[in-house]
Design a binder for this molecule. Sequence first.
Ligand code: MG
Length: 452
Amino acid sequence: MGRLFGTNGIRGVFGEDLTLDLALEVSYSLTTYFRGKNLLVGYDGRHSSPLIAQVMRAGMNALGTDVANAGLVPTPCLQFCVKSLGYSGGAMITASHNPPEYNGIKAIAGDGVELSREEELNVEEIYFNKNFRHVDRKIGEQINEDRAITSYIDNIKSLVNVDLIKSKRLTIVLDLGNGAQAVTAPKLMKELDCKVIAINSTIDGSFPARGSEPTPNNLDLLSKTVRENSADLGIAYDGDGDRSIFCDEKGNVYGGDKSAAVLAEHILSRNTNARIVTPINSSMLIDIIASKHSAKVTRTKVGSIEVSREMLKINALLGFEENGGFMYSKHIAVRDGAMTSALMAELIASRARRLSQIIDELPELYQHKAKFKCTKEQGIKIVEELLSNARGRTETLDGVKIWFDDYSWVMVRQSGTEPVLRLYAESNDSKLLDEIVENYSKQIRNITDVSG
Ligand code: MG
């Protein structure tokens, strides 16, 4: 049997891999799988998203299920509404941060989290065997779910100190990246009495401003706007608004490891003995912060679904990914750009120091990330050879992770979404980090003639 789901749901180029025919059969499969009375469908700002959502809703109706339309919302908003507004499951039409020609379908379970890997296999079995079943012989009804945005924003506000944030009248620049947080993040921040300066705020599925993936390298306009307006904070979101990248008052942009570390420190200071879940490729910073607050860190394979599902299993308070995905389970155990923004605003409001100083206080760890173009077969061969050549402690939870001392490691894994091999390395010694990166990049290029 083939695979339908990748690392982040069903993804492909619209009209080629991801056709309306496929979307229709996925909707039949999900309806059969959920056997639910009511499902919720939402979509991001991509050009093909409303069309795919329309076909999905029609397919669900055809098998007898009632469907609510959440409209254009960020992925975490749809997920929160599935969980909190009583739906038996849902689907989000999004390709997150992929280029404009892509789209995808995320299947959301009744708890608001994407289906687990085992549940995906069950849906795939239904899909490939065309084992579609009517939930009811009637044709389902369609309604509009007009509570989605309000209930999402109200819940976020209920989880932060609104009075404290309001009292500081923070100036916040939001780089919406032409994506779906444009319908929620500015509204949330204004309701927290922040002065909001929004850039790239027009929803546009071709992502003309800076692409749909915010990285420390493509947020110059955000940095500049923060500096020019003497803002307290800058925030950039990805296309479907689940990831958030932060920028301090000086315009310095940080990766997800650092923002997660300061947020964790803030949240753990009032929640001791908490559990935190993060993939095996994220920084040791979180282990250092956690140990100060008697919190325990659990590592998973790379992928937000792995993190979310593990959080639910062990009742974790926090989860995060190095790419800017941050999860706060009091809201919902999925990545949520707006929830994370409110927590960061609360952190800044609660401290006498500015964000740059707060980040400067973190322990110094050096990181390097690189990618190499290679096929799946080449990737498997490289990982196997690196593992067999490794001396010292290794981990094989995902790809291969090789340790050199308590704070120095390299990890190499095949991407689940692109034909690339990713290298992550970290050390508290910058010279050692350079040596590790040079040595392993050379080894990767020597094993097969991949480019990177
Ligand atoms: Mg995303």
